[in-house]
Structures are given as C-alpha cells and as structure tokens.
Design a protein around this ligand. Structure first.
Ligand SMILES: Nc1ncnc2c1ncn2[C@@H]1O[C@H](COP(=O)(O)OP(=O)(O)OP(=O)(O)O)[C@@H](O)[C@H]1O
Ligand SMILES: [Mg+2]
Length: 503
C-alpha cells in the first residue's frame, strides 16, 4: 500500500474526524482539515498533500468543486470527491475538474481504501506519463531535423519547430491537414511530384522504406524553389501490430551542401595559391641566380669601355673581356633554363658531370669575389671518376650558392683568417662535396630554417640560395646538410648518388 499525506476538506467536523481516524488506521498521514473551500486552497498550497479528499458542500462562498478546480490548476494534486448526493448536474461539474475518484456518503472503510489507492496509483502513472511526454517534446523541440507525426488517415497530428520552419506551416495550422498538403515533396531535379512518404509506409505496411532525397516546396508553391531534404519515414505500430500513423523525419541538406561547396572552393583557392607561391619562388630564384652573371657582365663591360677609351685601344685584351661577357650572358641564359626545369622538377639536360672539375670552374667564376673578400682557398679534389649523372648547370648553381654564402659569411665579420676549404671524394656509391668556411658559423640558428625559401639574415639577401640548392640536390637523389665546423665556421656538405636515378 502507498502511504500518503492527505488533506481532508469536510464541513461536518464529526465526519471529518471519523475519516481522519480511518485514514490513520490505513497508515496515511492527515496533514490538515478544512471546512471551507478558501481554507482548503490555502492548505493545499502550504502543505502540498499527495491527495485531497473533498466534500462538495462546504462552509463559505466557495464550494468543493471550485476549490478542486483551483487546486488542480495550481498544483496538480489529485482530488477524490466525497458527496452525499450524486445528481447529474453536480457530477457533470465535478467531472470537469478531472477528479481521481468519488466516494458516495455514507461509505465503508474498504471502499475508501480502494478509491484512495486507485487515485494515488493513477496520479503516479499520470505524472510519469507527463514527464515522458515532456521529455519527448523537449527532444523534438531541440533537434534540427523536422519531425511530423500523422495519423492512420495521413492527417497531421503534430510537428516540431524545425518542421514549422522548413514547411512554413505552424503546428496549429497543420494539425488535421493532409500530410501531402503540408509537406510537398518533388523530385530534386525534374520537380515531378513524389508520393507522400507516409502514404507509402501506411500502404505497404513496411516499418520503414529506405530514405530518399527530395525537394521540399515552400508553402503556397512559387519561388524560391524550395530546399533539398533527406526524408525518412517510419510507421507507428500499435499493440496489435497495426500501423496507426507515421512519423516523418527530414533534414535540410542545404547547409551540408554549402559546406561541401565551400570546401571545394577552398581547395581550389589553395591550389591556386600554391601555384602563385611557386611562381613567386621561381621569380625569386631567377633573380637570385641571374644576379651573379649579370654583375660579372656589368664589371666586364666597364673594363671594356675603359679599354676603348684609350687613344690606342688594345683590341686583343678587349676581345678577351668581350668573350667573357658573352660567356657570362650565355651562362645567365643557361641558368634561367635550368631554373625553369627545376620548377618542373626535372633535370634540364642530364649527363655525366665531373664534380671536381665543376668545383674548380666555379671557383674560377668567383675569383674576383674571393680576392675582394681576401679569402684563401684550399681544395682537396678527387680527380678520377666516378662521375655524377645530373644537370651540369644546376649542379654548378649548387656549388656556386654554397661558395657565395661562405664568402658572404666571412666578409661580414672582422676575422683573423678567412679560409674556404672544399673537399670532394666518393665512397659507398655516393659522391661527397664538403664546403667549409672559417666564418662566424650558424650559432644557435635553426638549421631547418636556413633551408626555407626567403629565410635570410642579410640586408640585401633574398634567402633563396639554400632553398634552391636543397631542391637541386634532392632532385638528383642526394642530401644537403649543414653542421658546425670543427674549429668554428660552418660546413655545408652534399652527397649525390654516383649511378643514375640515385640507386
Ligand atoms: N656559410 C654560412 N655561414 C653562416 N651562415 C650561413 C651560411 N650559409 C648560409 N647561412 C645562413 O643561412 C641564410 C640563408 O642562406 P641563403 O643562401 O638561403 O640566403 P641568403 O644567402 O641570405 O640570400 P641569397 O638568396 O642571396 O642567397 C643566410 O642568410 C645565413 O644566415
Ligand atoms: Mg645565399
């Protein structure tokens, strides 16, 4: 038995006391006794009983039915009426307050026990049901999917907020309307009308057909062309396994498609930026590599002019200088071609290259710079093969960049000695070139950073030399590294495979 806290409302004090005794015997607690409707409403509010036993005729203005109505509206406390008469009019008025039971006076204790138990039990299950309904309502209100419930005749029973937004109907307007009028689905492309999905479910008796994509037309038709939705529908089945309605759930695909579209655009933009970056790096590389031959051409052209301004110009000497200009101009052209090949990630003009000879040639190219910076050069070059398979111009650019960096590092500092040492040699299938300087070294500079394009610590540097050099080495299947020198300075070393393809 459920023990309950009960309020007795009865104007006959003797009857009230009698009921109180009976309730106590049953194990219930009487939390108050009122003789008037007004007092009953007050006590129900302050005591919050589990149940009110309510006489209909009371002292004062307010009768029991009115008091019951107020208590139910304000507190949802279950009411059981106690009454000596049950004429139709009274019963009708009382029934409007949704009482949980009637006890006709005079009544016996067992009768009262049963009515009270049933009232408490019904109240408990009503509360549970209301809670569960609220839970569903809150869930349906908070989800973004549209939900429409229809009855077995295909008429709308309920729709949630998302469904209201997407269909343009309010739940109140849609209630009782055919689902096919509220949710007008057409083929996404052809705009042919589609059969109402819930009708399919109810006719076929299937629990749920596969989901489909459709276009949901706006209320009243016309523009805009509606939204594309994904629909799912399930039958609602009763205890006898009969469909009693359907639930249609649909989702707006517009946003998902917009995100996918934005992603595609972003990817295209990124590819474009990638190309632009490459173009920028290409331009920087051309500027970087062509600078050296251009400077040489300017210097030699100046020398030429000096010769020619003599009263008796020495034409043989002048010819030698002009030949140098031609050679440098050709080299500039070769360099541009090799950089373009580098950007395409292919060796421009592969062949067998004698790296040691190439180092010697390169030192020849920068003789003027070496002299100006007062750098002593030491070499230890392996004269015999193996040779390396690769692009001569690119490999020369590589050595030139490393040598120029070494010269620049040493000219910046006030150094006791300026020594450039280049060693070449082969072992284990690799050809090794080591360029060592006695400059300030890399200190605590991040070694990875110096290889990045546009990283420079020089006021007029482009920061391209090492990034181009690393690309060249990698394109030839080798590796370029930087380490501190044994006695200060820095060591740039690269290895290249001696057989084609870097195997
Ligand atoms: N031999 C070296 N000794 C010390 N630091 C070096 C040496 N070589 C390169 N670095 C450092 O690495 C940086 C990047 O070199 P990188 O050749 O890529 O560009 P840069 O020489 O600054 O400019 P440029 O594009 O004109 O060659 C240099 O600015 C310098 O700080
Ligand atoms: Mg450089």
């Amino acid at each position: 038995m459920i023990a309950a806290r009960i309020l007795i409302v009865e104007d006959d004090r003797i009857v009230a006391r009698d009921i109180q005794h009976q309730l106590s015997r049953m194990g219930h607690v009487v939390v108050g006794m009122s003789a008037s409707g007004e007092d009953a409403v007050r006590q129900a509010c302050s005591q919050q009983p589990d149940l009110v036993l309510m006489d209909i005729r009371l002292e004062g203005e307010m009768d029991g039915i009115e008091a019951a109505r107020r208590i139910r509206d304000a507190h949802r406390i279950p009411i059981v009426f106690l009454t000596a008469y049950a004429n139709d009019e009274v019963v009708h008025r009382a029934s409007l307050t949704e009482p949980f039971g009637y006890l006709l006076k005079p009544f016996e204790e067992p009768q009262m026990r049963t009515v009270i138990q049933m009232a408490l039990y019904k109240h408990a299950s009503d509360t549970k049901l209301r809670l569960s309904e609220r839970r569903y309502a809150a869930t349906l209100a908070s989800i973004r999917d549209g939900v429409i419930l229809s009855n077995r005749d295909g008429l709308v029973d309920f729709m949630n907020r998302a469904a209201e937004t997407m269909t343009g109907w309010t739940a109140a307007e849609a209630a009782g309307q055919p689902l096919s009028a509220v949710f007008v689905a057409v083929d996404e492309e052809t705009l042919e009308p589609l059969e109402d999905f819930s009708a399919v479910v109810l006719r076929s008796g299937d629990f749920a057909p596969p989901e489909r994509q459709s276009r949901l037309l706006p209320r009243g038709g016309g523009e805009p062309a509606g939204i594309v939705v994904e629909e799912r529908c399930s039958a609602i089945i009763d205890d006898r396994n009969e469909p009693v309605g359907s639930i249609l759930v649909f989702r707006d695909l517009t946003q998902r498609r917009r995100i996918a579209e934005a992603l595609r655009t972003a990817q295209a933009d990124l590819a474009h930026i990638g190309r632009l970056t490459m173009m920028g790096e290409l331009a920087a590389a051309v500027a970087h590599e062509v600078n050296q031959p251009l400077m040489a051409i300017v210097t030699n052209a100046g020398t030429c002019l000096q010769h020619l301004s003599q009263p008796q110009p020495d034409l043989d000497k002048t010819r030698v200088v002009v030949e140098r200009i031609v050679r440098d101009a050709q080299r500039a052209g070769d360099v541009v071609r090799s950089i373009r090949a580098l950007a395409r990630r292919t060796p421009a003009d592969p062949g067998w290259v004698d790296i040691s000879a190439l180092v010697a040639d390169t030192l020849e190219l920068v003789r003027a710079e070496l002299r100006r910076a007062r750098v002593t050069v030491e070499t230890d070059l392996q004269a015999e093969p193996p040779w390396v398979h690769g692009d001569r111009v690119q490999l020369q650019q590589l050595v030139l960049n490393l040598v120029m960096n070494a010269i620049e590092a040493m000219s910046a500092e006030d150094l006791p000695e300026r020594r450039l040492r280049i060693v070449t040699g082969s072992a284990d299938g690799w050809f090794r070139v080591r360029v060592e300087d006695s400059g300030p070294g890399l200190g605590d500079t991040d070694v990875d950073a110096i290889f990045r394009a546009l990283y420079t610590t020089k006021p007029d540097g482009l920061g391209m030399g090492l990034s181009i050099s690393r690309s060249i080495v990698e394109l030839h299947g080798g590796r370029l590294t930087a380490t501190p020198g044994a006695s200060g300075g820095s060591v740039f070393e690269f290895v290249l495979p001696v057989s084609p393809g870097g195997k």
